[in-house]
Ligand binder design. Structure first.
Ligand code: C2E
Ligand code: MG
Ligand code: MG
Length: 699
C-alpha cells in the first residue's frame, strides 16, 4: 500500500483521542505528522510555524472550544479542511459550527467516516483553491484591460463591438454604450487611404490576425493615428467566439515621422521640393511618359552671378533673394509641374505631359520675364537674371540622371552664350562636354610633360615702332600632335583648379626667358603676362611671384600683369589683398580685353592700372563700323584722362594703324607687326632691331 503523508493540527485536550484518530489514519495507510494544542495562543503559533493539511478539533475543551478555534481559523483566512471530532453534540450546535466554516462533524466513537471525510475535504479544498486562483487571474486580467494604457476592443465573431476599455473611450470620445453594437473600425478615416476595411477582414479570416496603422477620427473631429492588432479568440473546439483589437496611439510617432519626411524631401529655405523628392518625381514623370507614350521636359535654372550677391551683400540678402526667386519660379508653373531647389542657386522644373513643343519655350520665356523685374530687399533693388537649360524625354535621354545632366549642360551653354537665356539640349552640347572632359583629363600634369611652350607677341610704340614689351602667350601641343589654343583650355583649367600649376609654369618660364633677354639682348624689355582671376584668389600667389623675381633677378616693373574686368567685378577679399600686395611690390597692372565685359570706369579707379588694352573685336571693325570707331576713340580719350596708356589688340592692317595713330593710341599689338613667336624668333627680332639700347621693330 502506498504511504500518504498528512500534517494534522489537533485542537484537542485528550492525548488518547489523538491516538485514536491517528491509529484510524495509519490503518488507512497514512503517515501522519501530528501536533496537538489546546489553547488559542498555541493554535495561532502553530498556524504560523507550520503548513497543515487538516485541522481536527474537539468540540469542547477545558480552556478552548471548536467555536473558538474556528474563530482563529477564520481570522487567518485559511482554506484547509476543518473537521470536528467529538462525542455527542446537539444537532443545532453542529449546524451552527458548519455555518461558521467547519467542513464536517464526526463522532469520535464512529471514526469509520474519518478517512473518507478527510480525503473528500482535501479534494474539495484543492478545487476551491484552483477556483480562487482562476478568479484572481480573471480579476487581474480585467483590471489590466480596464487600466490598460492602450485601447482594447472586444467584438463578436461578426466584428460587432461588445466591449471597449476606458482608454478607447478617452481616445475616441465614444463611451462604452455608444460603441457597443457598432462595427469594429467605426472610428477609422476611410479616406486616409492606408487601410481598406474589406481587405482587413479578408486578411483576418485568411491569416487569423491583422496588424497595421489606422487614421481615426475622434468624436470631436480631431484626427489621430493608431497601431492596431486584431486577433481572434477561439473556444476549445477552435471556433472563433470573439475578436480582440488592441490599439496603440501612435500620433506622436507619426507626426515625428512626417517631420522627418518633410526634412528629407523639402528644402528648408524655400519650402520647395529638394533634390531627393525631385528625383522621385522625375522617375514618376518618366514612368508616366513611358506608359502613355508622351513627352516631358526638365528645366535646370541657375541664377546668374548669384555668388556676387551672397559675397558682397551677405547670406541674409542671398537667402531672401532665393526665397523671392523661388516664388517667382512657382508663379511660372502649374499644379501638375514640380518645382525643386537642387541646392545653392539651382532650381529644377519638371514639366510632365508635353503635348506641344512651344509649351516649354513659353514657360522659359515666362521665367526670363519674371527675372527681368528687380528683387526688392530692404528697400533696395537687386537685378539678377537666370540661365535655363532644357532636356526633353525621350529625345535627349530616357534615363533620369542623364536627362538631368543634359538639362544642366544646356544650362551651362546658356551661361556661356551670355546668360539670361534658355538653351535646349542638343548633341552639339554633348560633344562639347565630351571634348571638355577629354581636355580636362589631358590637362592633369601637363606642366610636367613638356607639352607647354610660350610664344611672345611684340607690343610696339605708336610712332617710334620701338618694341617696348612682349605679351606672353601660352601654347599646348600634346605629344600625340594636337595643338590646343589657350581660349579652349584656360577656362577649363580655371574651372577644375588646374590653373594654379599651369599659371605657375607660365610665370616661371617667362621669368627665365626674360632674364636671358635682359642679360643678352634688351635690358629694358617688358613682359606682359596674362593672369587668370582664379590665380588671384590663391593666397600665396603674390609670394610665388616674388620668389620668381628673386630667382631670376628681375625688377617687378619689368612685368605687366594682364587681368580682365571680371576680377574687379567679383571683388573677393583674397583677390583684393593679392592686387594690393602686387601693386606695392611694383608690378604694373593692365586691364585686358577692355570693352567685352562690363567696361565700367568705376572699377578702373580701384587700382593703379598703367595700361588699358582695347579688345581685338573693336580694332578689327574700326574701318567699317562707325560705332566701333567712336567707341574706340572714347576709350582712348577716357584712358588718357585716367592716366593710362592704351594698347590696341589685334592690329592687322595699315588702315587700322593709321586710325589708331591719329587717335593717339599709345601702343599696338597685332599680326600687322608680328604673330606670337617662339623665343628663338623673338631673339632674332630683337637682335635685328637692337640699336644703341633701343630695340625697334624691323620686319
Ligand atoms: P589675350 O590676352 O587678349 O591675348 C591676345 C590674343 O589675341 C592672343 O590669342 C593673340 O594670339 C591674339 N592676337 C593678337 N594679335 C592678333 C591679330 O592681329 N589677329 C588675331 N586674329 N588675333 C590676334 P591667344 O594666344 O590665342 O590667347 C587667347 C587668350 O588666352 C588670351 O587673350 C588670354 O586671355 C589667354 N591666355 C593666353 N595665354 C595665357 C596664359 O599664359 N595665362 C592665362 N591665364 N591666359 C592666357
Ligand atoms: Mg592678354
Ligand atoms: Mg586681350
Amino acid at each position: 500500500m502506498e504511504t500518504k503523508t498528512l500534517n494534522i493540527l489537533f485542537v484537542e485536550d485528550s492525548e488518547d483521542d489523538v491516538e485514536l484518530t491517528l491509529s484510524e489514519l495509519e490503518r488507512a495507510g497514512y503517515k501522519v505528522y501530528a501536533h496537538r494544542i489546546e489553547t488559542s495562543e498555541l493554535m495561532q503559533q502553530a498556524l504560523v510555524d507550520h503548513q497543515w493539511d487538516v485541522i481536527i478539533s474537539d468540540y469542547k475543551m477545558p480552556r478552548f472550544s471548536a467555536e473558538k478555534s474556528l474563530a482563529v481559523y477564520n481570522q487567518k483566512n485559511l482554506d484547509i479542511p476543518f473537521i470536528i471530532v467529538s462525542g455527542v453534540v446537539e444537532a443545532e450546535d453542529v449546524v451552527y459550527l458548519l455555518k461558521q466554516g467547519a467542513h464536517d462533524f464526526l463522532n469520535k466513537n464512529f471514526l469509520a467516516r474519518l478517512v473518507p471525510a478527510i480525503e473528500r475535504e482535501l479534494r474539495d479544498s484543492k478545487v476551491r483553491s484552483a477556483q480562487r486562483r482562476a478568479e484572481q487571474k480573471v480579476s487581474i486580467l480585467s483590471l489590466a484591460v480596464e487600466q490598460s494604457p492602450v485601447s482594447v476592443v472586444i467584438t463578436d465573431p461578426d466584428g460587432v463591438i461588445e466591449y471597449v476599455n476606458p482608454k478607447f473611450e478617452s481616445s475616441t470620445g465614444y463611451c462604452l454604450e455608444e460603441a457597443m453594437g457598432m462595427h469594429l473600425g467605426f472610428t477609422i478615416m476611410q479616406d486616409a487611404g492606408e487601410v481598406n476595411l474589406g481587405d482587413l477582414w479578408h486578411s483576418i479570416r485568411e491569416k487569423g490576425d491583422w496588424n497595421g496603422e489606422f487614421c481615426n477620427l475622434h468624436k470631436n473631429g480631431m484626427l489621430f493615428w493608431e497601431y492596431v492588432n486584431i486577433s481572434p479568440l477561439e473556444d476549445e473546439n477552435g471556433n472563433i467566439i470573439h475578436f480582440v483589437s488592441v490599439q496603440e496611439d501612435i500620433t506622436a510617432r507619426r507626426s515625428y515621422e512626417e517631420q522627418l519626411r518633410i526634412q528629407a524631401h523639402f528644402d528648408d529655405l524655400t519650402g520647395l521640393a529638394n533634390r531627393t523628392l525631385m528625383i522621385e518625381k522625375l522617375n514618376h514623370a518618366i514612368e508616366y511618359s513611358y506608359q502613355n507614350d508622351i513627352s516631358m521636359a526638365l528645366l535646370c535654372i541657375d541664377l546668374d552671378h548669384f555668388k556676387n550677391i551672397n559675397d558682397s551683400l551677405g547670406h541674409m540678402v542671398g537667402d531672401e533673394l532665393l526665397r523671392q526667386a523661388a516664388s517667382r519660379l512657382a508663379s511660372c508653373t502649374k499644379k501638375s509641374d514640380t518645382l525643386a531647389r537642387m541646392g545653392g542657386d539651382e532650381f529644377v522644373i519638371i514639366l510632365p505631359r508635353i503635348e506641344e513643343n512651344n509649351v516649354i519655350q513659353r514657360v522659359a520665356d515666362r521665367i526670363l520675364q519674371q527675372f527681368s523685374k528687380p528683387f526688392v530687399i530692404d528697400h533696395h533693388d537687386h537685378f539678377i537674371t537666370a540661365s535655363i537649360g532644357v532636356a526633353k524625354y525621350p529625345e535627349n535621354s530616357k534615363d533620369p540622371h542623364v536627362l538631368l545632366r543634359n538639362a544642366d549642360l544646356a544650362m551651362y551653354q546658356a551661361k556661356k552664350l551670355g546668360r539670361n537665356q534658355c538653351q535646349f539640349f542638343s548633341e552639339d552640347i554633348n560633344n562639347l562636354l565630351n571634348e571638355r572632359m577629354a581636355i580636362e583629363n589631358a590637362l592633369r600634369g601637363v606642366e610636367l610633360r613638356n607639352e607647354l611652350t610660350l610664344l611672345y607677341q611684340p607690343i610696339i610704340e605708336k610712332f617710334t615702332h620701338r618694341i617696348i614689351a612682349c605679351e606672353v602667350l601660352l601654347r599646348w601641343c600634346t605629344h600625340d600632335g594636337y595643338c590646343i589654343m589657350p581660349d579652349k583650355f584656360i577656362p577649363i583649367a580655371e574651372e577644375c583648379g588646374l590653373i594654379k600649376n599651369v599659371g605657375e609654369w607660365v610665370v616661371k618660364n617667362a621669368c627665365e626667358d626674360l632674364h636671358l633677354i635682359h642679360r643678352t639682348l634688351a635690358p629694358s624689355l617688358k613682359f606682359a603676362i596674362n593672369i587668370s582671376p582664379r590665380q588671384l584668389q590663391l593666397a600665396d600667389f603674390a609670394h610665388f611671384l616674388g620668389e620668381q623675381l628673386d630667382e631670376y633677378q628681375i625688377q617687378a616693373e619689368m612685368i605687366d600683369l594682364e587681368i580682365t574686368e571680371s576680377v574687379l567685378i567679383n571683388d573677393q577679399v583674397e583677390t583684393r589683398r593679392n592686387l594690393e600686395i602686387l601693386c606695392e611690390m611694383g608690378f604694373n597692372l593692365s586691364i585686358d580685353d577692355f570693352g567685352t565685359g562690363y567696361s565700367s570706369l568705376g572699377y578702373l579707379q580701384k587700382y593703379p592700372f598703367k595700361k588699358l588694352k582695347i579688345d581685338r573685336s573693336f580694332i578689327s571693325q574700326i574701318e567699317d563700323n562707325t560705332s566701333n570707331s567712336k567707341l574706340t576713340e572714347t576709350m582712348i580719350t577716357m584712358s588718357h584722362s585716367l592716366g593710362m596708356q592704351v594698347v590696341a589688340e589685334g592690329l592687322e592692317t595699315s588702315e587700322q594703324l593709321e586710325f589708331l595713330q591719329q587717335r593717339h593710341c599709345d601702343l599696338m599689338q597685332g599680326y600687322f607687326f608680328s604673330k606670337p613667336i617662339p623665343l628663338s624668333e623673338l631673339k632674332t627680332l630683337l637682335k635685328k632691331g637692337n640699336h644703341s639700347n633701343v630695340v625697334k621693330f624691323i620686319r
